[in-house]
Design a protein around this ligand. Structure first.
Ligand code: ZN
Ligand code: ZN
Length: 299
C-alpha cells in the first residue's frame, strides 16, 4: 500500500505545548569545541527546552548527565566505505551504530531502538538523491545553518520536495549544526524545531517528532494550525508572508503590499487540493519557518 492510500488525519491537532529543540549540535566527543555538559548548559541558558547532541559517529549520553533542559541521545552517522557521501542524523538512540553499516542497515538499527533517521544537509553533502529515495527515512534536514555559512548550501527544500512526491508524510527538520568553535561565531540559535507535545519528556518529544507534530524555523512561529473540513486556519507570530505550498506549481499566498506591515494569521481553502499541502511563513527579517505536510497517516 502506498503512503497516499493510507487514511490521512490532521497534524498539529489536539492539546499540547510548543517546546523549542536544538536538533544538530556537536561537542568534544567529535569535532565540537565544548564538552557535552557545557553544550547542555549553554542551550538551557539560551531558552531551549530540549537538545539532541549529534556527534559524528558517536552516540551521545546526555540522558544520563541530567541538566537544565531535556537532553536526548543522538548521533550523526557518516557513510560506510564505498557509499556516496552522506550524513544521517539518528535521534533517540542509545547504542553505537557502526559506520561500516550500509544506509539501509543503519536505518534499521535506528528504528530498532525506536529512533528516527533524518537525512542531514543533503544540498551541502551532494548525495545523489536516488540514494535516499527508496530508503525508510523519517525526515530531511531542510535547513542547516553551518552549511549555509560554509558555502551557501544550507537550504535543501528542493530535496525534501522531491522526496515528498513519493512520500508525502516525510517531515522537515532545521538545525544549527553548531560546533561552537571560536572561529565559527554566531552559528547557533539560528535554526531549530518547535515540537507540540503533551509534556517535556523523552517519550512525548519523540512521539511529536515521529508524528510530525513539529515545525522547523529560523525564528517565526506558528502559534496554531487548525484544519476544519477543507479550511486551514493559521495563527503566527508577526509575519510578512504566509504561503500554502503544494505539488509542483500549486500554491496560495497572503502577502502584505505594505513593506512595513506585518500580520498574524491567514485562512486558506484546500478544496480540490491534490497531494501534499504544507505551510511557509516569512517574517520582516526574511527569516522562514516551514510546517510539515498538514496531514499524516492514521496511526
Ligand atoms: Zn553533517
Ligand atoms: Zn553536524
Amino acid at each position: 500500500m502506498s503512503q497516499e492510500q493510507v487514511a490521512k488525519v490532521a497534524r498539529y491537532a489536539g492539546d499540547g505545548h510548543w517546546f523549542r529543540g536544538a536538533t544538530h549540535t556537536h561537542s568534544t566527543a567529535s569535532d565540537g569545541a565544548l564538552p557535552p555538559a557545557e553544550m547542555h548548559r549553554l542551550y538551557g541558558e539560551a531558552g531551549y527546552d530540549f537538545l539532541f547532541l549529534t556527534d559524528h559517529d558517536v552516540t551521545s549520553d546526555l540522558e544520563s548527565l541530567g541538566g537544565p533542559i531535556l537532553g536526548l541521545n543522538a548521533a550523526e552517522l557518516s557513510q560506510a566505505p564505498g557509499e556516496p557521501h552522506y550524513h544521517l542524523l539518528a535521534y533517540g538512540i542509545s547504542r553505537q551504530v557502526p559506520r561500516s553499516l550500509a544506509l539501509p542497515e543503519k536505518i534499521e538499527a535506528i528504528h530498532g531502538e525506536g529512533g528516527l533517521a533524518v537525512f542531514a544537509h543533503p544540498y551541502w553533502s551532494g548525495t545523489p538523491l536516488d540514494y535516499f529515495a527508496g530508503q525508510d527515512i523519517d525526515g530531511v534536514e531542510i535547513y542547516n545553518h553551518a552549511a549555509n555559512w560554509l558555502n551557501g548550501k544550507g537550504l535543501s527544500l528542493p530535496h525534501w520536495e522531491t522526496l515528498l512526491q513519493d512520500r508525502p508524510f516525510l517531515t522537515a527538520f532545521a538545525g544549527d549544526d553548531d560546533h561552537h568553535q571560536p572561529h565559527e561565531p554566531a552559528l547557533w540559535r539560528r535554526a531549530w524545531v518547535m515540537a507540540k507535545a503533551r509534556t517535556l519528556d523523552k517519550p512525548s518529544i519523540m512521539e511529536s517528532l515521529r508524528r510530525g507534530d513539529f515545525y522547523a524555523t529560523q525564528g517565526p512561529r506558528f502559534e496554531s494550525i487548525d484544519l476544519d473540513g477543507d479550511a486551514v486556519r493559521i495563527r503566527t507570530s508577526e509575519v510578512r508572508e504566509i504561503r500554502l505550498v503544494g505539488r509542483g506549481s500549486a500554491g496560495k499566498r497572503l502577502i502584505t503590499p505594505d513593506p512595513e506591515a506585518t500580520f498574524t494569521g491567514a485562512e486558506f481553502s484546500l478544496k480540490g487540493w491534490n497531494g501534499f499541502a504544507r505551510l511557509e511563513i516569512m517574517d520582516a527579517q526574511g527569516r522562514l519557518a516551514w510546517s510539515n505536510g498538514l496531514h499524516r497517516p492514521e496511526a
